[in-house]
Ligand binder design. Structure first.
Ligand code: ASP
Length: 475
């Protein structure tokens, strides 16, 4: 019994019998002939049913959009003038001899084969239908290709892909944590990771030298159209390196991916400019400037590094100093002496002069979007402790929350640094999409709901009891 082939392979099979399977994309009836465009993941192919075989014809007459079928038939050249140059198999058609209906389908809530404005709620409720559409499918294919390229490229350069826990403890990345109640330790909670930051640094303490992970970062953000509560990062960390090494690595990797996968893009400058934070703010009024020559050209890519960020910024509302990036970011060496002398025993005020301290952070920007952020880290226990004091943590809080980091740094942690690249945003730009939701298989709405699964949802009393939780009545 011959096996099913993909529609795109009928090109080599003219005059032969083939088996195809897929979805009814469109049905057209011309006189007595039924034409079906059969769709599989790789394309379309025209099927022809003629009334000669009565039984087969009656069966074919039942077919509607999105039914799943298997057919056997002979590949023929289409009659002159009937070719369709828009599809890959447009010069051919299959005269069907056998039809098997594998599954019927209800009329979909929106057209699969046409680009029409559909409400987001409906699209996400029927995401599995939305994903049948060409545009979204292509985005997922592109996403796969880029991630695969990064994976292979880093693996070839001795990076190890290592998974870090999802059930963890809060790490300070500046957003709210999602928390998970523990059943075994009632009253205690795990936090979902905002980033694998501490683990990846501890992998450097472990002597693994080069780590990467396609990591999910979970942040309980307030509703914002361009944010998702979970996003994917290419997270990496390296030992015995300088900022320049990380920047070179990322440049080579991304340019390599573009050359290989998307050669139609033009990169504005092959050597990406480095712009000081102050200079960027002064010249462009933003720390993520759009440096394209033609700002409307979606095929032009202008990458740049933003460097020389201040290590701290004054938080006016809370009246305290915050880390610009994260507390693990190293200051430039010339500021270490000044930092060590700061007396952080009391609450520091806005005139403590901390804004002068420049860090070893580097941000990657592309066409006006922040694509990633990273830094050379502190690997000295005393200095990290000082940073936490400056940020207003009590001695007890430091020991409880970051004791393991301080301790690890006392057991020979090498100099190290890394970066996290926002995969969703990168693919969004490369796919020419206006929103990261278009490049994520199952995104949430702007206010973090999944209309298809119905999450978040309530849980039953028994489950609540097991974890020892009671829900406060909404006022
Ligand atoms: N953990 C940081 C972030 O998620 C990135 C880094 O510094 O490597 O933004």
């Amino acid at each position: 019994m011959p096996a099913r082939i993909l529609t795109k392979y009928i090109k080599n099979k003219i005059g032969q019998s083939v088996i195809l399977a897929g979805w009814v994309n469109v049905r057209r009836d011309h006189g007595k002939i039924i034409f079906i465009d059969l769709r599989d993941r790789f394309g379309l192919c025209q099927l022809v049913f003629i009334p000669k075989n009565k039984e087969l014809y009656q069966e074919a007459d039942k077919l509607r959009s999105e039914w799943v079928i298997e057919v056997e038939g002979v590949v023929n050249q289409r009659p002159k003038g009937m070719e369709n140059p828009k599809i890959e198999t447009g010069e051919l058609e299959v005269l069907v001899e056998k039809l098997k209906i594998l599954n019927a389908a209800k009329t979909p809530p929106f057209e699969i084969n046409e680009e029409k404005a559909i409400s987001e709620e409906i699209r996400l409720k029927y995401r599995y239908l939305d994903l049948r559409r060409e545009r979204l499918k292509n985005n997922l294919v592109l996403r796969h290709e880029i991630i695969k390229f990064f994976r292979d490229w880093l693996s070839d350069r001795n990076f190890l892909e290592i998974e870090t826990p999802l059930l963890t403890k809060s790490t300070p990345e500046g957003a709210r944590d999602f928390v998970v109640p523990s059943r075994l330790h009632q009253g205690k909670f795990y936090a979902l990771p905002q980033s694998p930051q501490q683990y990846k640094q501890l992998l450097m303490a472990a002597g693994l030298e080069k780590y990467f992970q396609i990591a999910r970062a979970l942040r309980d953000e307030d509703p914002r159209a361009d944010r998702q509560s979970e996003h994917t990062q290419l997270d990496l960390e390296m030992s015995f390196i300088e900022a320049q090494d990380v920047m070179n690595l990322i440049e080579d990797m991304i340019l390599g991916a573009l050359k290989h996968i998307l050669p139609q893009f033009s990169v504005h400058q092959q050597k990406w400019p480095k712009i000081g934070y102050q200079e960027a703010m002064k010249n462009y009024g933003s720390d993520k400037p759009d440096l394209r020559i033609d700002k409307t050209d979606s095929k032009e890519l202008a990458f740049a590094w933003i460097i020389d960020f201040p290590l701290f910024e004054w938080n006016k509302e809370e009246k305290r100093w915050d880390s610009t990036h994260n507390p693990f970011t190293s200051p430039r060496p010339e500021f270490i002496e000044f930092l060590e002398k700061i007396n952080a025993s009391g609450k520091l005020t806005d005139d403590a002069g901390l804004e002068k301290i420049i860090s070893r952070q580097y941000d990657l920007v592309l066409n006006g979007h922040e694509l990633g952020s990273g830094s050379i880290r502190i690997n000295q226990s005393r200095l990290l402790e000082k940073i936490f004091q400056i940020l207003g943590h009590s001695q007890e809080n430091i020991r409880e929350n970051f004791g393991h980091m301080l301790e690890a740094f006392e057991y020979g942690t090498p100099p190290h640094g890394g970066i996290a690249l926002g995969i969703d945003r990168l693919i969004m730009i490369l796919a020419g999409e206006p929103n990261i939701r278009e490049v994520i298989a199952f995104p949430k709405t702007g206010d973090s709901r999944d209309p298809m699964m119905g999450s978040p949802s309530e849980i039953d009393k028994k489950q609540l009891d097991e974890i020892g939780l009671e829900i406060k009545k909404k006022k």
